[in-house]
Design a protein around this ligand. Structure first.
Ligand SMILES: Cc1ncc(COP(=O)(O)O)c(C=O)c1O
Length: 355
């Protein structure tokens, strides 16, 4: 087989191979960005499956109107400003298709979400760390992947005034522990911003429901590009999603998920303080699922990853998230999936490998 020139740029196989190991039984996984089933509205999904009248047909490419209407109320926009995608991962690809020309410069943070880079790579994007020279911006302002950090309002205002096309990726924003994060960049400049969110972390990643909010003209262009990808996102899954989101009990589930992750995060932060050497430092997120830990520069976390796997512990090594390549002494720890006991034993074992 002869692969296209593009193929080599779109998916580094080392990442795929690395993440394959995370399915080993008995593994304590701090690796995935997977929500915990205990924090998802599973009862509402079951109820939806027994109550909704399933539509087995193709549905409009932009998404079913009932779901777009529900979301329009939640986000105070019109249904015309919303596109439903097959996960927000598809939305990242769509934005690349519609807005990126080969060689265009995109501002990204270092580190950033690696699968977004894979999506943009297919369209020949180049990455830069200075805003001035960029054509477009990709940021994850709320409880970001991988750092768990939140962008402050001043930085949001600066981006919103930059006159660049901004892609604001926000799958974790609803999972704040105490206070809501600052207002979105989209709310500061809806003309220049495309806002992405997802039901993956709050309703279920199996639904594969991504949500794009932008001006109607942008939504129309993205919808046209989506037609060539999959015609439409599963209407059935959109019906289920709409049932869950419009259910009067849904806000209670979301509140419970916030407390659930706050608790898990606290457990991990306490374990890190107890077991990690004093040279290690880490972020203290105000929401989401991730803590980003940085070790002394002499430690390559890709090597540490294989040592940890031998002890049945997984995390994601930092080099994966680096848009400009190179080794990394940082790593991403997710507190979402493991039990509190696993967080404690896993952190203690990991610390022993580092000390
Ligand atoms: C920052 C970020 N963007 C996008 C996605 C993709 O999410 P989805 O499941 O909606 O495709 C993820 C998933 O982990 C993510 O962390």
């Amino acid at each position: 087989m002869t692969y296209s020139d593009r193929f080599a740029k779109i998916a580094d196989p080392t990442v795929m191979n690395l993440l394959k190991h995370t399915e080993t039984p008995n593994l304590i996984s701090f690796a995935g960005g997977t929500p915990n089933p205990e924090a998802l509205p599973l009862n509402l999904i079951k109820e939806a499956l027994s109550i909704i009248e399933p539509n087995p047909q193709y549905t409009p490419t932009q998404g079913i109107l009932s779901l777009r209407e529900t979301l329009a109320k939640m986000y105070s926009v019109t249904p015309e400003s919303i596109l439903i995608t097959s996960g927000s991962q598809q939305a990242l690809d769509l934005v690349g298709r519609v807005f990126i020309n080969p060689g265009d410069k995109m501002y990204v943070t270092n580190p950033t979400y690696f699968a977004a880079l894979y999506a943009f790579n297919a369209y020949g994007s180049k990455y830069v760390s200075d805003l001035e020279s960029a054509n477009t911006v990709y940021v994850i302002p709320n409880f970001g992947n991988p750092t768990g950090e939140t962008m402050d309002l001043t930085a949001r205002k600066q981006f919103s005034q930059s006159n660049k096309l901004i892609l604001e990726d926000d799958p974790y924003g609803q999972l704040y522990f105490d206070a809501k994060p600052p207002q979105s960049i989209y709310s500061l400049n809806s003309d220049k911003t495309i806002y992405l969110t997802s039901l993956s972390k709050i309703v279920g990643s199996a639904l594969r429901i991504g949500i794009v909010i932008g001006k109607p003209e942008t939504i129309e262009a993205l919808t046209r590009a989506k037609t060539g990808m999959d015609l439409c996102t599963s209407g059935l899954l959109q019906q289920i999603s709409n049932y869950v989101l419009s259910h009067p009990d849904y806000p209670n589930y979301l509140n419970a998920a916030r407390s659930y992750y706050k608790n898990k995060c606290q457990t991990m932060l306490s374990a890190l303080t107890k077991y990690m050497p004093k040279e290690a430092s880490w972020t203290s997120p105000a929401g989401g699922m991730f803590i980003w830990m940085t070790l002394p520069e002499s430690i390559d976390t890709q090597e540490l990853y294989y040592k940890a796997l031998e002890q049945n512990i997984a995390f994601v090594p930092g080099y994966i998230f680096q848009p400009f390549g190179g080794k990394s002494s940082s790593l991403r720890l997710s507190f979402a999936l493991p039990t509190s006991e696993q967080i404690n034993t896993g952190t203690e074992k990991l610390a022993k490998l580092i000390c």
